[in-house]
Design a protein around this ligand. Structure first.
Ligand code: IPM
Ligand code: MG
Length: 359
C-alpha cells in the first residue's frame, strides 16, 4: 500500500530527529512492501520566519489530505517574545483543533535498559512502569473563551474551562478501549471537589464505564494524582484526564521514566488519522549538533504504524529494533551512563535501521 504523510520538521532539533524517523520508516516500508510519500510542511517558528504566521493555511490543507502527520518539535527562544496568538506553540493548538485531534496518547514507559535513569527509588519502581496517559486535546481551558476585562476588582484576565457531555464521552471511550488491550484499569483524574466541569466529567466517565464491565474504573483528584504518581506509580495503567491536567501530569509521568528523549505520542481524531510527535521539545541548545536523541521520534513512527495504519507487526519491528540497540549499549548523550557507547543522532538512527528485522 501507498500512504501520504505530512511531515512537519519544525524548529530546533526537529529536522534532525525527523530525518532519522523517516529513515527507519522507509526501511520498514521496503521490508514489508509499503510506500510512504512525504510532503514536507512549515509550522512553528520556521513558518513565522518564512510566512509571518505559525500555521500557514497550506500546511493545514495538505495535512487534511494526508493519512497522518509526523511532527518534530516547534518553538525556540527566538520567538518567545511574540504575542500569544503569534507564538510557534499556536501551530500545535491550531493543528490539534483544525484536524479534530481530540485524543492524545502519551505512554510513560521505563525501559529495562534505562531503569537507572529513573529518579524514583528502586523499591517504588519495581521491575517496570508502564502508564498510558490519555489526555483530552481539543477542549477545556486551552480552547475555552478567554480575554481581558474590567471586573469589580479592576482589570482582570480570564480563561474558561468547559466540557460537553459528547467531548467527555468520546475521550472516555478511547481510554476504556485502550485499557482493554492493556491491564484493564482506568483512572480518571479531575477536580470534582471544586469544579463543575469536573463533576460532569466524572458523571460521564462513570456512565461510559458501564459499557466496559471488564475494566476497573477509579477516580482521583488531580492534586492527589500528582502525588500518587511519585508515591506509587505502579498503581496506574491508563489515566484519562482533561486537556490541562493531562498537559501537567503527562510531563510528570514522563519525568518519572527518567528519559523524556525516549517518549513518543499520538494525537488521534474520529477516524484513523493521527499526528505523531515526540513528547520532548525543540531543544534549541543542542540543535544542529548531532546530539539529539531520535528514539522518541522513531517510537512515534511505531505508534503511527500501530494506530493509523493498524500494522502491529511493523510497529513491533520498530520497537524491537530500538530495544536491541539499547541492549547493545548504544546511547545518545541524554541517556548516557558509564560503560555505554555514546553515539550521535545520525548514528543512532542508522543503528536502529540496521537492527530492523522482520517478524
Ligand atoms: C504539550 C505542550 C503544548 C501543550 C504547548 C507547547 C502548547 O506543552 O504538547 O504538552 O500545552 O499542549
Ligand atoms: Mg506539555
Amino acid at each position: 500500500m501507498s500512504y501520504k504523510i505530512a511531515v512537519i520538521p519544525g524548529d530546533g532539533i526537529g529536522p534532525e530527529i525527523i530525518s532519522q524517523g523517516l529513515k527507519v520508516l522507509d526501511k520498514v516500508g521496503q521490508m514489508y512492501g509499503h510506500t510512504f510519500e512525504y510532503n514536507t510542511l512549515l509550522a512553528g517558528g520556521c513558518a513565522i520566519d518564512a510566512t509571518g504566521e505559525p500555521l500557514p493555511n497550506e500546511t493545514i490543507q495538505v495535512c487534511k489530505k494526508s493519512d497522518a502527520v509526523i511532527l518534530g518539535a516547534v518553538g525556540g527562544p527566538k520567538w518567545d517574545t511574540l504575542p500569544g496568538n503569534m507564538r510557534p506553540e499556536q501551530a500545535l493548538l491550531g493543528l490539534r483543533g483544525q484536524l479534530g485531534l481530540f485524543a492524545n496518547l502519551r505512554p510513560a514507559v521505563i525501559y529495562k535498559e534505562l531503569i537507572d535513569a529513573c529518579p524514583l527509588k528502586p523499591e517504588i519502581v519495581g521491575d517496570s512502569i508502564d502508564i498510558m496517559v490519555v489526555r483530552e486535546l481539543t477542549g477545556g481551558i486551552y480552547f475555552g473563551e478567554r480575554g481581558r476585562r474590567l471586573g469589580i476588582k479592576g482589570q482582570e484576565a480570564y480563561d474558561t474551562e468547559a466540557y460537553s457531555v459528547g467531548e467527555v464521552e468520546r475521550i472516555a471511550k478511547i481510554a476504556f478501549e485502550i485499557a482493554r488491550k492493556r491491564n484493564k484499569r482506568v483512572t480518571s483524574i479531575d477536580k470534582a471537589n471544586i469544579l463543575e466541569s469536573s463533576r460532569l466529567w466524572r458523571e460521564v466517565v462513570t456512565d461510559i464505564s458501564s459499557n466496559y464491565p471488564d475494566v476497573t474504573l477509579d477516580h482521583l483528584y488531580v492534586d492527589n494524582a500528582a502525588m500518587q504518581l511519585i508515591r506509587a506509580p505502579r498503581q496506574f495503567d491508563v489515566i484519562v484526564t482533561s486537556n490541562m491536567f493531562g498537559d501537567i501530569l503527562s510531563d510528570e509521568a514522563s519525568m518519572i521514566t527518567g528519559s523524556i528523549g525516549m517518549l513518543p505520542s499520538a494525537s488521534l481524531g474520529e477516524n484513523s488519522f493521527g499526528l505523531y510527535e515526540p513528547i520532548h521539545g525543540s531543544a534549541p541548545d543542542i540543535a544542529g549538533q548531532d546530539k539529539a536523541n531520535p528514539i522518541a521520534t522513531v517510537l512515534s513512527i511505531a505508534m503511527f504504524l500501530r494506530y493509523t495504519l493498524n500494522l502491529e507487526r511493523e510497529a513491533q519491528t520498530v520497537e524491537n529494533a530500538v530495544n536491541r540497540v539499547l541492549e547493545e549499549g548504544y546511547r545518545t548523550g541524554d541517556i548516557m551512563s558509564p560503560g555505554k557507547t555514546l553515539v550521535g543522532t545520525n548514528k543512532m538512527g542508522e543503528l536502529i535501521t540496521e537492527k530492523l528485522s522482520k517478524i
